[in-house]
Design a protein around this ligand. Structure first.
Ligand code: MOS
Length: 734
């Protein structure tokens, strides 16, 4: 029996967020707070020959200036800087460690002052001389230097041979430029000096315990002396998965000065950190004339830094999504003088599936087949990469519902065939796929006799709605009204949880809540059985439930004991339990979420302006816990996908190795005027294998396939295929 799961529940933290009650990392004030500002390098490669901080130090109100020459002691070994989500291979970045410059806008000095304005002004007075080396930041120019990394997804058959022999072939490169997350909230840390060497750090992060371990390793601190909190986040999209350097610098300064220190990076400085790496997706598809695939070859060539090998699964989705006896994947990396890339919403899939889904559209054209029909002919009920069935896969239903809502049947296959006044109209579609992961975590529930529950876990809510779904699930399994549940998240002192990312939080934490609630119920049943003439004397745990402040026998609901009576019987006023959800790998089945995205574009024929007038996204992601927040997740992700297709691009001046458009005036993202009708559909997808509640997660699936659907619609409208993102009007007109 559920009351809240599956409903359109408004965010429990919505009021706090819109009234300013919710405090973000850079908003905590306390007496004696000092302010820090970072000086970043103006070259991309080389060494610091001389750094002169004397002018900055002379400014009234400046407390200190830290550089690699005078910084306090930090761990020397790279291992100390390796966090939970660091790339396996490489040596993590150590801020202010030495004179070596590995990327433009690398932090090289930290100014701390009584006021933020003073710190920023003094930072401008730090003089630096460099020994500059030639830098490389252009993926295309360095492509021939790529090295191969081990791809976890195994090939099958003989893809090269099958491709060569295929009746119809399509092969092309698709390019995705460097993209930055650009969350609304800047990277920020406030390190509060608690005295006695203890610190509380309010950090903009998706993983408080990850940051805590990381900072403790760097500064040789005891976990009990360093608490990390991040109760609210103004957008993450993956940017807060790894601890960022501002947390290190804020802690460094707070320890040195024995004062609380706040460090908020500027918007420009946000472009000197992790990002979606530029990648070239090389896709080759060989098919029979009937529209079945014989060969899928997908090679990704992506950028990484000079010091770490960052990569994700770009290619393995290709032979997973479509049936083909032969498939081959390669992933190659190119070292550039840039910071290590990091995860950005649906990392790997967003880029890899963009290439695949545009290639499928081009193959459909070559086969003279409707693009949706081609996908149905290649539909795969099994994961052929691993030769397994799925826990559930309702992609076919996504195609059906999405096409119907969009009106796909009415599509004239001929490019440039449809007009609306001066605009060419194009319709395109694409599929999306993502993983449905689950990760170990713990949840604590404290249920008090007055019918209130507190549910806590170190997981973050990165804006996805975790606060709300935790309250919903807890309310249902504890049989309480929603407003009787308090949720505590994103505090390193709370029960163990990994970073929030990968779309794994909803399934993981909900399972832990259900298990912990069962432990609470078990204890309540034990107490209730002791009541004289207890109606639950012979009730089995699995036959009981918590409902409306009572523990009831589900088979005979009149047999019930008030929770308050049970507690009174036991002489307690609260029951507290903490349980783990430890997930065994589901070896027998694959677990994925899917989507079908349909897009309409209208393009001014004379000047090439593209408007995405309609998008329908039909998603299969197991049980939807909250139709409102899940809808928002998909809608926001579609907006991100439109940005990827038409706007987003970090423009690097390769002579200097610097991002030229390092602000959101010139790094374009969609604004309200760019966004029109977005329809989100969740298809039914019962799944009793993945976890008892059938949850798969919706954070990332919404962006996968969107850019391809838009690009394919642009081709349909204009007859012009633009494979390099973003599709700007100059590319259409030339
Ligand atoms: Mo997501 S890119 O795992 O925050």
């Amino acid at each position: 029996m559920t009351t809240y799961i599956g409903t359109s529940t408004s965010r429990v933290d919505g009021h706090a967020k819109v009234t300013g009650g919710a405090k973000y990392a850079g908003e905590f004030n306390m007496p004696g707070l000092a302010y820090a500002a970072v000086v970043t390098s103006t070259i991309a490669s080389g060494r610091i020959a001389r750094i002169d901080t004397s002018a900055a130090l002379r400014v009234k109100g400046v407390l200190d200036v830290f550089t690699h020459e005078n910084r306090p002691k930090m761990a020397a070994k790279f291992d100390a800087y390796k966090d939970d989500v660091a790339p396996e291979e490489g040596k993590p970045f150590r801020p202010l460690y030495d004179d070596k410059i590995m990327f433009s806008d690398q932090p090289i000095a930290l100014v701390v002052a009584e006021e933020w304005e003073i710190a920023r002004f003094a930072a401008s007075l730090v003089r630096v001389e460099y020994k500059k080396e030639k830098s490389a930041t252009d993926l295309h120019a360095q492509r021939n230097k790529a090295f191969t990394v081990e791809n976890p997804v195994k090939p099958r058959g003989k893809a090269d041979k099958a491709y060569a022999a295929a009746g119809v072939r399509h092969e092309a490169d698709y390019f995705i430029p460097t993209e930055f997350h650009n969350p609304m909230e800047l990277y920020a840390s406030t390190a509060i000096w608690e005295g006695g060497g203890k610190l509380t750090v309010h950090d903009k992060t998706q993983g408080v315990q990850n940051v805590q371990h990381y900072l403790c390793a760097i500064f040789s601190m005891k976990p009990d002396d360093l608490r990390v909190m991040s109760p609210f986040m103004g957008g993450g999209f993956g940017s807060g998965l790894r601890p960022q350097y501002q947390a290190v610098l804020a802690v460094l300064a707070a320890r040195a000065l024995e004062r609380s220190v706040r460090l908020v990076l500027t918007r420009q400085q946000m472009y000197g950190l992790g990002h979606r790496p530029a990648s070239i997706e090389h896709v080759a598809l060989g098919a029979k004339q009937d529209g079945t695939l014989d060969a899928v070859i997908h090679e990704a060539i992506a950028a990484t830094s000079q010091y770490e090998d960052f990569f994700r699964n770009d290619t393995g989705w290709s032979g997973l999504l479509y049936k083909s006896p032969n498939a081959k994947y390669m992933h190659r990396l190119v070292r550039l003088d840039e910071p290590t890339p990091c995860d950005m919403r649906a990392p790997g899939a967003t880029t890899g599936v963009y290439g695949l889904e545009c290639a499928m559209d081009e193959l459909a054209v070559a086969l003279k087949l409707d693009p949706l029909e081609l996908r149905l002919r290649c539909y795969s009920d099994r994961n052929q990469n691993e030769d397994k069935p799925y826990t559930s896969k309702q992609l076919r239903e996504c195609y059906r519902h999405g096409a119907q809502a969009f009106g796909w049947d009415a599509r004239n296959p001929e490019p440039r065939s449809t007009r609306d006044g001066s605009e060419l109209v194009g319709w395109g579609m694409a599929s999306g796929v993502w993983d449905a992961w689950q990760v170990d975590n713990s949840v604590r529930i404290v249920l008090t006799a007055n019918g209130h529950a507190e549910v806590s876990s170190a997981f973050s809510d990165i804006g996805t709605g975790t606060h709300t779904i935790v309250a919903q699930v807890a309310a249902d399994v504890l049989g309480l009204p929603l407003d009787s549940v308090t949720v505590k998240l994103a505090d390193s002192t709370l029960p163990q949880a990994p970073v929030e990312g990968g779309s794994w939080t909803a399934a993981s934490i909900s399972t832990a809540i259900a298990r912990t609630a069962e432990a609470v119920r078990k204890e309540l049943l034990r107490l209730a059985r002791k009541l004289p003439n207890s109606p639950l004397a012979s009730a089995k745990l699995e036959d009981t439930a918590l409902r409306d402040g009572k523990i009831v026998d589900k088979r005979a609901p009149d047999k019930a004991v008030l929770i308050a009576d049970a507690m009174r019987q036991g002489g307690v006023d609260r029951v507290e339990r903490e349980n783990n959800a430890n997930f065994k790998e589901i070896k027998s089945h694959s677990h994925n979420t899917h989507s079908a995205v349909f897009a309409e574009v209208k393009i001014d024929e004379e000047i090439g302006v593209i408007r995405v007038t309609r998008v329908v996204s039909a998603v299969a992601a197991g049980r939807i816990l909250n139709t409102k927040t899940a809808h928002s997740q998909i809608m926001g992700a579609v907006v991100g996908g439109i940005g990827m297709a038409l706007h987003e691009e970090a423009l690097v001046d390769h002579a200097f190795g610097r991002v030229m458009n390092a602000d959101i005036a010139e790094y374009h993202v969609p604004v309200n005027a760019d966004i029109h009708d977005i329809k989100v559909i969740f298809v039914d997808e019962p799944d009793d294998i993945i976890n008892p509640l059938g949850i798969k997660g919706v954070g990332e699936i919404g962006i996968v396939g969107v850019a391809a659907a838009v690009a394919n619609a642009v081709y349909h409208a204009t007859g012009k295929r633009v494979r390099d993102l973003p599709i700007t009007l100059d590319k259409l007109l030339r």
